[in-house]
Ligand binder design. Structure first.
Ligand code: F0G
Length: 397
């Protein structure tokens, strides 16, 4: 296991504390051969050990070379795959802190412990910070999170504080917080666990491997994922390239990476055949993906190219309508996650489709409470007549 630059191929020790190459591009965790096999992973699903029950560490040979006793796991992953109206939904909101971030965080925090770090940090739109805070608490590390002031959904901020992290509310947007945390980590010797950290990507690969396992290793046609900082899109590409090369799957699914139209730099690049990288000032109701300058752009580009993928954009109205649909089938998700279903519709995708629901419905209560129809939330006097009036007036499903 080594760190390798995705651009100039220069290599570094896996124990080096660095996130980018001397040439400035991103680093990737690479290994000579991919350990493990579908048969081994299937067998582990019946085991009661925490590292086998974890939907990340079940794939450990292909995630991180580590002494098993050093693993910091909740456990996480092992989320459900739902099929509704012919579409599959992999609900990553069922992770311990309510988002897919736990899959990357268990690996990054395990690596932090392995490297002897005492403090970890990230910039976040809220989910990474909640996950960092929980895993830091478990590992006994100091937690420092940089969030855009006043721009984080209530559920995420409350979680982050509850788990005990120190929260720096930066007067600026996510991209400013991201630049600041990078500088702060360098200056203060703190371990950075944003998805620019290649070990985060190794953990997030398991979203794809677990859904392939859920489908008995019969690859779907499409995997649809929300796109913000582009860590997940990058991880999905790496997971698919590795799984295909190792013979775990016979066909290569295509990735559809969906952005909100007010935060669409990756979509803009895709539309131009990736002729250039774009940066925008981001604005969208889906605060999780309110990101204008995604750090994993280069890796995500490889993911789209290698899987013959596409990038789409959906408006806030389209993603909120899709969220309403997902909520009302009793699954529920936060706004950013619903870009997937909205993207399936907008792009007219067909075949076997898996949408990744990245965050839990309770993450962003304001996005729900601001839009409750009057006939659904009715204040009444404590009388049976008032109940009867309300029941006859309220809509039936
Ligand atoms: N969905 C949710 C719920 C997210 O929280 C994020 C990113 C994404 C999608 C986009 O994933 O960044 O890998 O492209 N949230 C980060 C955070 C930025 O700080 O929690 P991505």
């Amino acid at each position: 296991m080594i760190l390798q630059c995705i651009s100039c191929s220069r290599t570094y020790s896996a124990d080096a504390i660095r996130y980018t190459c001397e040439c400035g591009n991103l680093l990737s965790v690479e290994r000579a051969t991919l350990g493990g096999s579908p048969a081994l992973f299937d067998q582990r699903r019946a085991s009661r050990r925490a590292i086998d029950q974890s939907g990340v560490w079940r794939f450990r040979e292909a995630v991180l070379d580590i002494d098993e006793r050093q693993i910091v796991t909740h456990p996480e992953g092992s989320t459900r795959l739902y099929e509704r109206s012919g579409i599959f939904f992999k609900h990553e909101g069922e992770n311990p802190t309510g988002s897919f971030k736990d899959r990357g965080m268990t690996v990054a925090v395990t690596q932090a412990v392995r490297l002897g770090a005492t403090a970890i940090a990230c910039a976040s739109t809220g989910n990474t910070s909640a996950s960092l805070a929980a895993y830091a608490a478990q590992a006994g590390l100091r937690a420092l999170v940089f969030v855009p002031a006043g721009k984080v959904a209530a559920g995420k901020l409350a979680q982050t504080l509850a788990y005990g992290a120190t929260c720096l509310a930066v007067r600026g947007d996510f991209d400013a917080a991201m630049a600041l945390v990078r500088e702060a980590c360098d200056r203060l010797g703190i371990y950075l666990v944003n998805s620019i950290n290649p070990f985060r990507i190794e953990g997030q690969k398991t979203i794809v491997w677990e859904l392939l396992q859920d489908l008995e290793w019969n690859a779907p046609d499409w995997i649809v994922v929300p796109a913000g900082n582009l860590g997940n899109t990058s991880a999905f590409g790496k997971a698919l390239i590795e799984a295909h090369a190792a013979g775990w799957i016979r066909t290569m699914p295509r990735i559809a990476s969906i952005q909100a139209s007010g935060a669409n730099p990756f979509f803009r690049s895709f539309r131009e055949g990736f002729a250039q990288r774009h940066r925008v000032t981001a604005e969208t109701i889906a605060s999780a993906i309110r990101i204008g300058d995604p750090v994993s752009y280069e890796k995500a580009l490889t993911a789209i190219r290698a899987t013959n993928g596409v990038v789409g954009e959906v408006t806030d109205d389209e993603l909120m309508a899709a969220k309403g649909e997902i909520d009302r089938i009793g699954i529920g998700c936060e706004p950013a996650s619903a870009t997937t279903l909205a993207g399936v519709r907008k792009l007219g995708l067909t075949g076997r489709i898996v949408c990744i629901l990245t965050g839990h419905v309770l993450k962003d209560p304001d996005a729900i409470l601001k839009n409750v129809p009057q006939e659904q939330m009715i204040e009444i006097d404590p009388t049976i007549e008032a109940v009867e009036r309300a029941v006859s007036a309220s809509p039936r499903p």
